[in-house]
Structures are given as structure tokens and as C-alpha cells.
Design a protein around this ligand. Structure first.
Ligand SMILES: Cc1cc2nc3c(=O)[nH]c(=O)nc-3n(C[C@H](O)[C@H](O)[C@H](O)COP(=O)(O)O)c2cc1C
Length: 468
């Protein structure tokens, strides 16, 4: 019997049955196919916006127009397949960021997941709100979250609806310096509480909940439970969703995940200047060795990328990988990609995550029970010790008192007898004195009369002698 279920995830006024967001994966790895499958099963599906126009035949003629058309098309396809929650992932650093944003607002995407830069300047907040679209920035620190929220509060009198905090085990471009990826203070377990604390004052002022969604290296139901217990309201997972039937990449891309070993997963320096995690292959080894593999740049899709200095066009390399041409590109992946064993339907993956979560929940209850019993046993043992000690001390006191009584009881008895005799004597003396006083009091009027008579005669004697 399954007793415990994953909690739902609420963002703004929307609630989805599962606290699982499928992370956006460009180029073309998470499109309408994967996003609608995840949304249809109760999670949040996300269409990746970066390089999405590469699906269109005219990308190299008009990249911006192709991106907009492809984004609109994928959102509509996803809508046709599901009424579930479908969001989009847009890179703030993309040169057509605002155009893609406008398209997604027009199409009423359920949410905008905004990463690779801070979504602060020129945000069309009024239009976003009017369209009922949620805004969810992706950050890698509490400081970045605070910066975004402060800016929004000051400039727009509003704040975003949730935050994804992405740790150093994620796939794709990473928001950390390459030499700091292993630092203890950059672990997702540290970042999640940090971001929750940074957002608390904004949630209080805005009077709304701002859920934090943990991402990067979350692999199974046990991991999901761990981050929910740390205070996250949901998790974002990407690597696991690559190895699904519905993932939009070519089967060879998915098989690269199944074939890779831990030592094949590497941190690369991407032409956009950020570190990224990917499966090592000949293409990447050549690039690391300085082999230039640049054919052409369609339209400088990313602000930071300058093809004159780049070893390859990252959009083209990722698009080739999506199409299964892994000798002309490479696959981004999370740190746990080597654990992926098979390609399964999204429904099966989610079902196994739910079962693992339930099992981990029951296990965590059993652990809690054992820890509580252990703590109680310790406390009981300590109390027993204190009790035995107290008993011994009391016995010693009683013993001492008994002995003292034995030694002093005779002299005490004599004291008592003497005191009693004194009291009795005092009583007797008092009675005698009382009787005497009584007698004196009774004879007082008679004595007074006698004295008065004597005085009278004395007075009369004096008068007679004067006359004689
Ligand atoms: C193949 C791949 C492509 C990715 N592309 C993007 C992207 O275009 N934009 C983005 O914000 N994150 C991207 N990511 C990061 C994921 O959305 C996600 O946050 C992260 O990988 C989660 O960690 P996990 O893969 O260990 O589950 C990508 C990840 C992978 C594996």
C-alpha cells in the first residue's frame, strides 16, 4: 500500500499535480514533444528557446524570424497535445531575448523560465501580468535572486513568481566559475536554503508564496524528497528526461547518455565564455586542442559570443548533436548522465520517480522513528542513572540522620525532661503569684478605708491641739 505521495506544486494561481519541472534543454532537445509529454503526466514541461529557429529551413537567412516562428509553432503544437502546464526557457543573453519574450507572452505560455543572465531591464511586466504568464528566473546564488527581486520591486512594483536555483551538477552552461564547481559552499544543498532565505523578505512584502525549485544533479525520487525536505517546493530535472521516448533529440543523442561513463563527462569552456558540462568526444577534444571548427555565424545569436575568437559555433554544434551528428557537435549533460541505463516513456520515468519518492519517504519515517527511539532510550538511560544516584544519595542522608539520632538521642531526651520541669515550675510559680495578687486586690478597699480613718483622726487631733 502506498501511503505517501509527492506534493503538488503551486506557482502563483496555478497548481500542477507533480513537483517536477522538466528543465529546458537547447538546442532542440526539449521541444513540444517532451514538454507536452511531461505536462500531460502532471509535471511542468518546458520548451527550450535557444536556437529553436534551427528547426526552420531559413535559419541562416533570418535567424530572428526563424526563432520566433519556431517558438510559436512549438508552443502551439504542445497546446494541441495537452492542457497541462507548458513553459518556455529563454536565455536572457540571447540577442533576440525580447522578441522571444514577446512571442511567448502573445502565445500565453504558462511560464517564462529565464536564465543565462539577469531578467531585470526592460521587462514588459504589465503585459506579462495581463497575459497571465508566470515569471521564473533561474539563478545560481541567493545574491543573484536578491538582485533580481530588488530590481523588480523597485522598478516594477512587482516580483517574479518562483525561482529555479541551479547547482553545479547541472547540464549545459553553468552559472559558476569552473574552478569553483567543487566548492562546498556552492553545493545545491547549501544554495537552496540560501535562496529561500534571500526570498523570504520579498514574499512577506508581496504577500505571496515564492516557491524555490531546486535543479542540478537530482536523479531519483530519493533526491526529490531530499530537496523538498530542505524547503524547495519543486525540482527541475533535465538529464533524466533526455533518455525518454518523447525527448525531441535523435536517438543517437540519447544513446550517448546510456553509453557514457563517469570519466566521459567533462567541464568545457564554451565559446560564450561560460563553463558547461558535456559528454567528451572527438569534437570537444579537437576544440580543446585548438582545432578551429567554424563554418559560419548565422546572426550572432548570443551577445557574448564572437565567432572570430570562437573555436566553433555552439548553436550549430548543439543542433548537430540534436540531429544525432555527434561527430560534428556534442551533447550537453548533467553530472549524473552516466547513471542513465535505458530509454523509457516519460510516464514510466515519472512513475518510477514517484515510487522511489514513496519508498524514500517511508524510509525517512523509519529513520526518524529509529532516531527518536534511540534518543528516548538515551534519555531514559540518563534518567535511570540520575534516579539511581538520587536514591543512593537519599539513602546516605537517611543513614547519616539515623546515626546522628542514635548518638544524640539520650542527651536530647535529658534536655527535653529538663525543659519540661522548668516549664512546670514556671507554671506553679505563676499560680502562686496570681493567688497573692488576687488576695491583695480583694483586701485593697478595706485597707484603703482604714487608711482614710487614720488620716481623718490625725487631722482632728491637730485641730484640737490648736484650740487648747
Ligand atoms: C542537454 C541539456 C541542455 C540544456 N540546455 C539548457 C538551456 O538551453 N537553457 C537552460 O537554462 N538550461 C539548460 N540546461 C540545464 C537544465 O535545464 C537543468 O536545469 C539542469 O540540467 C538540471 O540538472 P540535471 O540535468 O542534473 O537534472 C540543459 C541541460 C542539458 C542536460
Amino acid at each position: 500500500m502506498i501511503l505517501f505521495r509527492m506534493p503538488k506544486l503551486s506557482i502563483g494561481r496555478r497548481t500542477v499535480p507533480l513537483p517536477i519541472v522538466q528543465g529546458g534543454m537547447g538546442v532542440g532537445i526539449s521541444l513540444s514533444g517532451l514538454a507536452s509529454a511531461v505536462a500531460g503526466q502532471g509535471g511542468i514541461g518546458v520548451i527550450a528557446g535557444v536556437g529553436i529557429g534551427m528547426l526552420e529551413p531559413d535559419y541562416y537567412q533570418d535567424g530572428r524570424a526563424a526563432n520566433i516562428r519556431a517558438m510559436r509553432g512549438e508552443l502551439r503544437k504542445a497546446r494541441a497535445k495537452t492542457s497541462g502546464f507548458v513553459g518556455v526557457n529563454i536565455m536572457v543573453a540571447a540577442n533576440d531575448f525580447h522578441q522571444l519574450l514577446d512571442t511567448c507572452i502573445e502565445e500565453k505560455a504558462d511560464a517564462l523560465f529565464l536564465g543565462a543572465g539577469l531578467p531585470i531591464r526592460n521587462m514588459p511586466v504589465a503585459r506579462i501580468r495581463a497575459a497571465g504568464v508566470l515569471v521564473i528566473p533561474i539563478v545560481s546564488s541567493g545574491r543573484a535572486a536578491e538582485l533580481i527581486f530588488k530590481y523588480w520591486q523597485k522598478s516594477y512594483g512587482d516580483v517574479p513568481d518562483a525561482v529555479v536555483v541551479e547547482g553545479p551538477l547541472a547540464g549545459g552552461h553553468l552559472g559558476f566559475r569552473a574552478d569553483r564547481l567543487q566548492d562546498a559552499d556552492q553545493k545545491l544543498e547549501v544554495l537552496v536554503p540560501q535562496v529561500i532565505a534571500a526570498l523570504a523578505p520579498f514574499a512577506a512584502v508581496a504577500g505571496k508564496k515564492i516557491p524555490v525549485i531546486a535543479a542540478g544533479g537530482i536523479y531519483n525520487g530519493e533526491d526529490i524528497l531530499k530537496f523538498l525536505q530542505l524547503g524547495a517546493q519543486g525540482v527541475q530535472m533535465a538529464t533524466r528526461f533526455v533518455a525518454t521516448d518523447e525527448c525531441d533529440a535523435d536517438r543517437r543523442f540519447k544513446e550517448a547518455y546510456i553509453a557514457c561513463r563517469p570519466e566521459d563527462i567533462a567541464i568545457i569552456k564554451s565559446p560564450v565564455g561560460m563553463p558547461g558540462r558535456a559528454i567528451r568526444n572527438r569534437f570537444l577534444d579537437d576544440a580543446a586542442a585548438g582545432v578551429r571548427n567554424v563554418k559560419r555565424c548565422a546572426w550572432r545569436c548570443l551577445e557574448q559570443c564572437d565567432i572570430r575568437h570562437a573555436d566553433y559555433c555552439i548553436s550549430a554544434a548543439l543542433d548537430n548533436a540534436r540531429r544525432g551528428l555527434l561527430d560534428q557537435g556534442f551533447a550537453f549533460c548533467g553530472a549524473n548522465a552516466h547513471r542513465v541505463e535505458s530509454i523509457v516513456p516519460v510516464a514510466e520515468l515519472l512513475e518510477s520517480l514517484k515510487h522511489e519518492y514513496d519508498a524514500a519517504f517511508i524510509q525517512s519515517l523509519a529513520t526518524l522513528r529509529d532516531e527518536t527511539i534511540h534518543a528516548l532510550e538515551n534519555k531514559f538511560a540518563r534518567l535511570r542513572q540520575d534516579y539511581v544516584l538520587a536514591r543512593q544519595q537519599l539513602a546516605a542522608i537517611c543513614d547519616g540522620a539515623g546515626k546522628a539520632w542514635e548518638v544524640r538521642k539520650d542527651s536530647l531526651r535529658e534536655d527535653v525532661e529538663r525543659t519540661r520541669a522548668m516549664v512546670e515550675q514556671l507554671g506553679r510559680d505563676g499560680e502562686t503569684a496570681l493567688k497573692k495578687l488576687q488576695a491583695l486586690t480583694e483586701r485593697f478597699p478595706e485597707k484603703l478605708a482604714e487608711l482614710q480613718e487614720i488620716a481623718r483622726r490625725f487631722q482632728a487631733g491637730i485641730s484640737e491641739s490648736r484650740v487648747g
